[in-house]
Ligand binder design. Structure first.
Ligand SMILES: [Zn+2]
Length: 147
């Protein structure tokens, strides 16, 4: 009998974003613009993990370029497994990027970025323990938009 159980590592070539904090997968999907992809993308939520309790996983059946700054900002504890011919060929660890550019947008109406449309929205990591980022122009705190 054929086994229809979803296997996490059952893709030939592609990426597996693993160890995503439970509840973060949709946010990552949105901010990495995975909805623009033509290839198969699977979001697996609330997977039981021995080490981390419950986690989310995203599988992409194609080797695409992931913006590591975006992923590191959203979930620095996640990892990327690169898979070729069914074998993990590379594991990438994420970290909080020192700055993020045009990932989140400054909400301060008096900020220069609200007045000058062509200015990049740049946020700087100001507190590693709380993952706080502040606008480099007005110090407004960065906020990921709710779904
Ligand atoms: Zn600002």
């Amino acid at each position: 009998m054929e086994n229809h159980t979803l296997k996490i590592d059952s893709i030939g070539c592609g990426l597996v974003i693993d160890h995503i904090s439970a509840g973060n997968a949709m946010k990552i999907y949105r901010y990495l613009h995975l909805d623009d992809l033509e290839c198969a993308v699977a979001i697996i939520r609330n997977v039981k993990s021995k080490k981390h309790g419950i986690k989310d996983i995203i599988k992409v059946e194609n080797t695409i370029d992931i913006d590591l700054n975006v992923l590191g900002y959203l979930d620095p504890n996640s990892t990327i497994n690169v898979i070729k011919d069914g074998v993990i060929t590379n594991k990438l660890k994420l970290r909080l990027p020192p700055t993020i550019k045009n990932v989140v947008y400054c909400k301060n109406p008096r900020c220069i970025t609200s007045i000058e449309q062509e200015i990049d929205h740049i946020f700087e990591l100001t507190d590693e323990t709380t993952h706080s980022y502040r606008c480099i122009y007005c110090e407004q705190e960065a906020a990921v938009e709710p779904q």
